[in-house]
Design a protein around this ligand. Structure first.
Ligand code: 5AD
Ligand code: SF4
Length: 473
């Protein structure tokens, strides 16, 4: 390719043009400094962000940066989250530290991207008080990273590129996977649900599904590359395919993915109870590859609160879904997300949440204190619950959830299960750590040669949140 010509207009060709250009710039700088340039990618938030970070890391490696986990690097990028306020506060805190590093290394470039950057108040604040940041972009134009990188390397000014929304999905950019044997795969982007507490629809835009053939092609490629487990990612996977020209359901997509030879395990995240179909449960029940784990966010057990949250299901409907899942998919692990302290939540409402927790008996649950997100309907609701009340409810909920998950985990003790070995155990010498189909973690004796393999393990002892096991040859 001739880089003196104008950049192509088409994607992804345009980005490949800028990749080449960035490579030349990185090489020149590296020769000038007489050392390789390093880059560090730090991820906040969910699995979706983790996958996006693999795209960022793929591009940084492609253009010649050496990857490092040390933030004293030549290029540092934070892929941010804004779902709860404490995620934002952490970013501001750590930016202060980065500023210190930049004073020592004037070649350093600092970039910020992800959900938090989609908020105008954040970008204003960065422009006013964090002038040392070199590049700011959002969630919709992450595919443009190579191009933005070139602009940043060629300029000393702060570069800001935020899109309000997009209907573009750019395929086929370089990706650097964190694990050789498992991978996230985006099946859709954005969310149309507008739960009244949630900022995601504002920062991730409207729902867009990828074409099934693009997803299949990507997974086939991953499998050829050694991947045995995929995690299908979307904010609301149960409404996958509705907006495609030729609509496809999530259950149908799963059936197609199941056929891919060499793929051993399929996971997905996240499901919305209102869109969970009987078809999906049927497909799961007969599947050999879909893992026996369902993450079904509850948010609240009170139908009254669910209504104000705009969740569009009742406590009873939720309980019925959980019952069906447990009945039709034996041994399935159910996990959830719960928010305490949503505006107007009374002790009675909270008791309803506890009641669901006791009835469903979750294998594990993520519990969150409600966080006010500016711009969402809930932020301006009256009756925000006092902090001490929320804290007390949170503690009670956590205790209940933990006791139940411990008891639930006990039910698998003594069993022999297939385990995908994920890593050499960092704490116990001579041990490896793997995951069961139901997402539970087990440690057992083994070495690095097992990583990425699926092996049979006896679960000897349950220690609350994990098992100690032994391999069966
Ligand atoms: N406050 C607290 N928790 C929230 N979540 C989303 N928005 C908020 C908020 N404003 C939680 C939900 C969701 C999970 C990813 O984060 O439980 O399922
Ligand atoms: Fe947020 Fe609700 Fe969309 Fe999940 S489904 S991302 S909680 S708006």
């Amino acid at each position: 390719m001739d880089t003196s010509s104008l950049p192509p207009v088409q994607e992804p060709e345009r980005q490949y043009y800028f990749l080449k250009k960035a490579k030349e710039l990185v090489q020149a700088k590296s020769e000038e400094l007489g050392r390789p340039l390093t880059a560090c990618t730090t991820t906040f938030g969910c699995q979706m962000n983790a996958r996006d970070s693999e795209k960022l890391a793929g591009i940084l490696r492609e253009v010649g940066y050496v990857e490092t986990e040390n933030e004293e690097a030549d290029f540092v990028i934070y892929n941010t989250c804004t779902v709860r306020e404490n995620a934002n506060l952490r970013v501001y805190g750590r930016l202060g530290v980065l500023h210190g590093y930049k004073k020592k290394n004037p070649h350093m470039k600092i970039a910020l991207c992800g959900c938090m950057m989609q908020e105008a108040t954040v970008v204003d604040k960065l422009q006013k008080s964090y002038r040392f940041v070199d590049l700011i972009f959002g969630t919709h134009n992450i595919f443009k990273f190579a191009e933005l990188l070139v602009s940043t390397l060629e300029s000393d000014r702060m570069i800001i590129d935020i899109w309000k929304d997009t209907n573009q999905i750019v395929e086929d950019l370089p990706i650097e996977r964190k694990y050789a044997f498992k991978s996230g795969v985006n099946i859709m982007f954005g969310c149309n649900n507008f739960c009244s507490y949630c900022i995601v629809p504002y920062v991730r835009g409207r729902e867009r599904s990828r074409e099934p053939q693009d997803i299949i092609r990507e997974i086939e490629g991953l499998v050829k590359d050694g991947v045995v487990e995929v995690m299908l990612l979307g904010q609301n996977v149960n409404s996958y395919g509705k907006n495609l020209e030729q609509p496809v359901t999530f259950a149908e997509l799963l059936e197609e993915i199941e056929k891919i030879e060499g793929l051993e395990r399929i996971r997905f995240m996240t499901s919305h109870p209102k869109d969970l179909s009987d078809d999906l449960i049927r497909v799961m029940a007969k599947s050999k590859k879909i893992c026996k784990h369902f993450h079904l966010p509850l948010q609240s057990g009170s139908s009254r609160i669910l209504k104000i949250m705009n969740r569009r299901y009742t406590k009873e409907q939720y309980l019925e879904l959980a019952r069906k899942l447990r009945e039709q998919v034996p041994d399935i692990a159910l996990t959830t997300d719960i928010i305490v302290g949503f505006p107007g939540e009374t002790e009675e409402d909270f008791q309803e949440t506890l009641d669901v927790v006791r009835k469903v008996r979750y294998d594990s649950a993520f519990t969150f204190i409600y966080s006010k997100r500016t711009g969402t309907p809930a932020a301006v609701m009256e009756d925000q619950v006092p902090e001490e009340v929320v804290k007390d409810r949170f503690d009670r909920l956590l205790k209940e959830v933990q006791e139940i998950s411990k008891e639930m985990a006990e039910r698998f003790t003594g069993r022999e299960e297939l385990v995908l070995v994920e890593e050499v155990n960092g704490q116990m010498e001579g041990y490896v750590t793997g995951r069961l189909s139901n997402n539970h973690v087990v440690h057992f004796q083994g070495d690095a040669s097992l990583v990425g393999q699926i092996v049979k393990v006896r679960l000897d002892e349950c220690r609350g949140f994990y098992y100690m096991g032994s391999r069966i040859e």
